[in-house]
Structure formats: structure tokens, C-alpha cells
Design a protein around this ligand. Structure first.
Ligand code: CP
Length: 319
């Protein structure tokens, strides 16, 4: 295998290898004035984003550039996608143009897998940068890197993932990766924001955030995916009672300063971003030393460097 499409198919050895490489790259670049390694010189990386992004897109671009790859960004609005060109034809065009790796974000679950199938006859690798509500594997890897740094390891740790699990590719990738690496996961959400079949996931489920906080090593707040919530208004508005109002959500599932005090001293607060401050997480909590949100972004660059390294320069293969 030569792609990174999901955490579901990423074994513990491959995941640990990526995390170890990311840590080594972080150390290698620490304090350097010029953050440039020659590792991927001559390689071409193309990002292809059909959905908006700040963190993922920028950090993949920086990761490629810090490893001396040529990085080209394609957006649906500024490309022939806006003229109706299909994802398949776009991908084959980019591969023919010389892409060694295509990094794709797409609103359709399964898009990255389809891309990998279409590119089977080429040398081009595919990285899933988020596909619909399915997976966001590099987000889970950077979350794991951050938790390893803060907690010293993941084996036996308990992580609460809180909020809109139903629409969250971040939650799905984290459930797979955290459990693969030996952590225990509790999903905390209202029943309407949990996926059907969640009872078959390798997790505990709770609807009561306050009841969970004293027993966790980390709490991962999720973004409310307003763009994926059916109905006219999404959070804060009326959509047939499917979604609690912003105020109801904040009261039941927001990480307030009072809730921060319920966490053990060592527990870490994560959020993948972008954050809805005041609703998902209080500003004072997001900006507190207990929160590792900027560390997540920082580690995102090193993790994505590591992924590119393992796909394009390393000897071992990644699922
Ligand atoms: N966490 C995350 O994927 O953020 P972006 O949408 O800004 O890339």
C-alpha cells in the first residue's frame, strides 16, 4: 500500500513509525533559523481542496516546502472543476502532470479511496485530508502526537471526545487511532449527534459531560459541523429539534471554566479547530495552559512532514 486514506486501516506499527518520525523531525528542526531539509527534493506534491481549510492545507504546504518538495495548490473554485470536470479526470490530469502525491479534501465520504482506485495505474500516492463525515487521518495523527508529548504515551489513557460526533471525521479517525494505540475512548454527545451503530464502535458512550471529566486524561472538543447539519438554521436556529440551540449545546456540552476545574490536574484539552468560542469551548479555557490547541497546529506540520516522508522517501509502507 502506498496511500494514507484512513486510520481504520493504519496499524499500530505504521502509526507509531509516523509519530516517531514526526518527533524526530521536530527535534531536528528545533531552533534552526532555516527550516529546510533536502529529503523530498525533486518530488511534486499537489493539494486538491474541494472544501475550505486553514490548518490542514497550510500545514501540508509548509510540510512539503520544509522538505524541499515542489508544492502546488489546486482549489475547486480556481480550477477546471468549476467548469464541471470530474474528480476522476482532475486526479488523472494531476498525476499525468507529474504529481508524486495528491492530498485531497472532499465533501463526499469515500472520495479519497475512490481517488486511490483511479490512480492505481500511476505512481501517485493519495493522502486523505478529510472526506465528508468519514475520516481525517492526519488530524488524528497530530492529535496523537500532541497527547504523546503531553501525557508521555497513550497506552491505558482515557480520552473523552465531546460534541458533534455524528458529523465528525475527526472523531472517527481518533476512535480508530486512539484505540489502536491502546487508549480508551468515551464519546460524550446528545443522542441526536451520535451515529447509528455507535454501540458497535470500540468506545464507551455517555450523554453527561460532567460525569466523565474527573476520570479522563484528555478531553477532545469537537467542532459543531453546521454545514453538515440538515435544516434551515443549524446551531442556534430551528431545524426541527434535531440540533440543540447554541445556548443549550453550550450548557450541556461546552467546556466552561467550571468544567475545566473538574478535570484532573494533568488532563489535556484539545480542539481540532476551527473553534466556536463561547459555544464549544470558553475562550478562557481555549487560551489556558491546559489547552494544547496551538501545539496541535504546530505538531500538524511535523506529522504531515512525516507522512510525506513515509509515502515518498521512506522504505516502509503506510496503510
Ligand atoms: N482541523 C482542521 O481540519 O482544520 P481546517 O479545516 O482549518 O483544515
Amino acid at each position: 500500500m502506498r496511500h494514507l486514506l484512513s486510520c481504520e486501516n493504519l496499524g499500530a506499527d505504521a502509526a507509531t513509525a509516523i509519530l516517531d518520525t514526526a518527533g524526530a523531525l521536530k527535534q531536528a528542526l528545533l531552533g534552526r533559523e532555516v527550516r529546510k531539509l533536502p529529503t523530498l527534493r525533486g518530488r511534486t506534491v499537489i493539494t486538491m481542496f474541494y472544501e475550505n481549510s486553514t490548518r490542514t492545507r497550510v500545514s501540508f504546504e509548509i510540510a512539503g516546502k520544509w522538505m524541499s518538495a515542489d508544492v502546488v495548490n489546486v482549489s475547486s473554485g480556481g480550477s477546471s472543476v468549476s467548469k464541471g470536470e470530474s474528480l476522476r479526470d482532475t486526479a488523472l490530469t494531476l498525476a499525468a502532470a507529474g504529481a508524486d502525491c495528491v492530498i485531497v479534501r472532499h465533501p463526499a465520504s469515500g472520495a479519497a479511496h475512490r481517488l486511490a482506485e483511479w490512480l492505481a495505474g500511476t505512481h501517485t500516492s493519495v493522502v486523505n485530508a478529510g472526506d465528508g463525515t468519514h475520516e481525517h487521518p492526519t488530524q488524528a495523527l497530530l492529535d496523537a502526537a500532541t497527547l504523546r508529548e503531553r501525557l508521555g504515551g497513550l497506552n491505558g489513557r482515557r480520552v473523552a471526545i465531546v460534541g458533534d460526533v455524528l458529523h465528525s471525521r475527526v472523531a472517527r479517525s481518533n476512535v480508530h487511532l486512539l484505540t489502536t494505540l491502546g487508549a480508551e475512548v468515551v464519546l460524550v454527545a446528545p443522542p441526536t449527534l451520535l451515529p447509528s451503530g455507535v454501540e458497535r464502535w470500540p468506545v464507551n458512550v455517555s450523554h453527561e459531560l460532567d460525569a466523565e471529566l474527573s476520570a479522563v486524561d484528555a478531553v477532545m472538543m469537537l467542532r459543531v459541523q453546521a454545514e453538515r447539519i440538515a435544516g434551515p438554521a443549524g446551531p442556534g436556529g430551528s431545524n426541527g429539534g434535531f440540533f440543540p440551540s447554541a445556548r443549550e449545546y453550550s450548557i450541556a456540552y461546552g467546556l466552561s471554566e467550571a468544567r475545566l476545574r473538574l478535570l484532573p490536574e494533568h488532563a489535556v484539552v484539545l480542539h481540532p479547530g476551527p473553534m466556536l468560542r463561547g459555544m464549544e469551548i470558553a475562550s478562557a479555557v481555549a487560551d489556558s495552559p491546559r489547552a494544547a490547541i496551538t501545539d496541535q497546529v504546530r505538531n500538524g506540520v511535523h506529522v504531515r512532514m512525516a507522512v510525506l516522508y513515509h509515502l515518498l522517501a521512506g522504505e516502509e509502507e503506510v496503510a
